[in-house]
Design a protein around this ligand. Structure first.
Ligand code: ADP
Ligand code: MG
Length: 201
């Protein structure tokens, strides 16, 4: 079972990964965006860290809902509402349980990813964060390690895709040949989950 501490560790690991990779995320957002994805994610997860440290939520669901709300209120750009929806919806699905099973977490993440698709109107193959999240969450039925690999492969597989949503879609054919920044940051979120889950086995 996964307790509140596990979710706080997951979010801390995600914040650390975003700090480490912020420059790369911004570089990826240069050719097919407005070069702010690293800064957006860094601003959001710095606020998340502060919010969770100031007043740690009592349940796994409350942790993710707090993170989602914090991202929505601090991240400008498309990614704020999308990541905010992902985590808030996943947290809502977890309800007020003090501990959740891996199966419950998988189901909740699945609902969170579907909420992102509903909000942004994107589908896998559109060169968005869904290209990492959908395969990543699907592979949770195998293992956390498989989810990490699937999300990372999904992010890399956005390179040859034509962007159909978000700012990158304005470039049309010129969006081909670049890795999607949001898919790349989504793979960091999934990898952080796998790291924390594997570390606490
Ligand atoms: P902005 O595009 O407003 O500058 P960011 O640079 O922070 O926002 O985030 C860009 C990322 O957001 C993209 O790389 C893509 O993965 C994701 N994104 C944009 N629009 C959508 C959408 N409609 N559905 C899913 N993801 C999207
Ligand atoms: Mg951008």
């Amino acid at each position: 079972m996964r307790d509140t501490e596990f979710f706080l560790s997951w979010m801390a690991a995600t914040a650390a990964a975003v700090e480490r990779e912020a420059d790369r995320l911004t570089e990826l957002d240069s050719p097919i965006g407005d070069a702010d994805h690293g800064n957006n994610m860094l601003r959001g997860f710095t606020a998340v860290r502060a919010a969770l440290e100031a007043d740690p939520p009592a349940t796994p669901g409350a942790v993710l809902q707090r993170v989602g709300r914090t991202l929505i209120s601090t991240v400008g750009g498309a990614s704020g509402p999308l990541y905010g929806t992902l985590l808030r919806r996943t947290g809502k699905e977890l309800g007020d349980a003090v501990e959740v099973s891996d199966e419950d977490l998988r189901g909740a993440l699945d609902a969170g990813v579907r909420a992102v698709a509903a909000l942004g109107g994107a589908a896998p193959g559109d060169k968005t964060m869904l290209d990492a999240l959908v395969p990543g969450v699907a592979a949770l039925t195998t293992s956390y390690g498989a989810a990490r690999t699937a999300a990372e492969e999904g992010a890399v597989a956005t390179v040859p895709l034509l962007a159909r949503k978000g700012r990158a879609s304005y470039l049309g054919e010129r969006s081909v040949g670049h890795q999607d920044p949001g898919a790349t940051s989504s793979a960091l979120l999934v990898a952080a989950l796998a790291d924390v889950a594997e570390g606490s086995r």
